[in-house]
Every structure is written in structure tokens, then in C-alpha cells.
Ligand binder design. Sequence first.
Ligand SMILES: [Cu+2]
Length: 273
Amino acid sequence: MRFLPPIYFHLVARSARALITTIGLAGLAFVLSSCDLGGLSPIFPEPVSPNGKDIYDTYFYISLVAIAVFVGVEASLLWVVIRYRRSRQPAGYVVPQVHGHAGLEIAWTLAPLIIVLAIAAYSFVELQKNFQPINNQEMTVKVSGHQFGWEYDYLNGVVVHQEGSLAAEVTPFVVPTNTLIKLQFDANDVIHSWWVPSISGKTDAVPGYDNFSWLKIDKPGKWRGECAELCGSGHAQMQIMMQAMDKADFDAWMAKQKAATTSPSPSPSPSPA
Ligand SMILES: [Cu+2]
């Protein structure tokens, strides 16, 4: 085996430095992407529920692998194109022929296979973890989609009507913080899909089919979502507004809703004179 001239090592070192810098910049972009810019995040919203966090992590780690593969492939391609450009080779130069090289064939079949299988296994474990029915919930809310809005039934007589609108912020679906809440989905016309990216994945609300999800929000705040299934002419109006309150605030809010529900039209009772 003959020794490679020093220029090879120089080029390899330079390519490696460029690769590390690019990965570093990509990593920085990811970190910055989680910064909250007035409620909007350029790439990923900040997750506030464990299932949202797991989806975020899954996306993040798969993206890191994908970026590393992309940068690696592009860097090697550029290196070959520049290093072996025709003007640098003697006339009539023919590159070393590797066709049928068993070691290479096995390597470039196995490497992508291993990467894809690892991503599949990781995603599958994540799906198994967060997309199972739960039965240890502290509260259940029935979420029902219609053309064009959402209804949140707390199963205690209180229902929040989140009628779709493009003109203004819609009525929020309010939940207490640090409480495991099961969401049961249903629709009464066509298929809708409930999606608040900070909280969980998309969950379809299908007429006549029981679907479910859950959430457990760790801090008070408001988060936006959208219907994620094209469901008709008013689809765009189907905003979702999600609000989490500390338990005490939630209890006060719920008491107010109950009072409004039990006396919908305040008919003044004759007061004793
Ligand atoms: Cu919809």
C-alpha cells in the first residue's frame, strides 16, 4: 500500500473541520428554534406536555441523524468533485475502478439499513409509549369537532363552545396544570383533527369512532392549535386555543362556568319586599 501525499490529510482535516462546523451550526439552529418568539417558534414550538416533549425529542434526534447524513454525503461529494477534477489529473487518467467491490457493496447497503431500522425502532417505541389508552387519568374531557369549531364537554354539565373564527381569538379550552387529562374524541359531521403542537400529536376526531389522547401541562399559559384535517370551507376558522391554569384558578373558573350553566337566563326571582 502506498502512502498518501500530505495534501490528502490536509483536505481530509479541512473537510472534517467543515463538517464539524456545519453540524455545530445546525445544532445551534435547533437550540435557537426552541426559543419562544412571541408565541411563534421558527421550527418547533416549546413542548409543555410529556407526549409533546417526546414528539419533539423524536423529531429532534431523527433530524440530527438526517442532517449528519446529509452533510456527510454532500461534503464527501464536494471533496471528490474538487479533489479529482479533470484539470488536476494527467491526460487520459482513469479513476480506480471499484465496481463489484464486495466490502463497499455490503457497507453501503448495511449502513443506510441500520440507520433506517434504528429510526423505525425509535419511532415505534415512542408511538407505543404515548399512543396507548390511559386509565389513570384525573379528569376526562370529551372533545367533539364540527363544521366549524370544537366542543369540550367536561362531563359535569359544563361545555366550552370553541366556535371557529378568523376575526378574533376563539374561546379557550381551559384545563388545570399538572393534571393528567384524558381527551376522548368524536365528530358529528366529517373528520376533523385536533392539533396543538406544543401539547401532543394530531388526533383525528372521527364520526362514530372513539379516539383518544391525553395531556398533562406543566405550567400555566396559552397555546394555539388548528384543525389539521381539511374538513370543509370553514376549515381555516377552526383555530384551537388551549389554556392551562393553576388548580385553584381552574377551580374558580369551573365554579363560574357551573354557575352560568345552572342559571343560563337569569330570571330575577321576586325578592321579598
Ligand atoms: Cu376541521
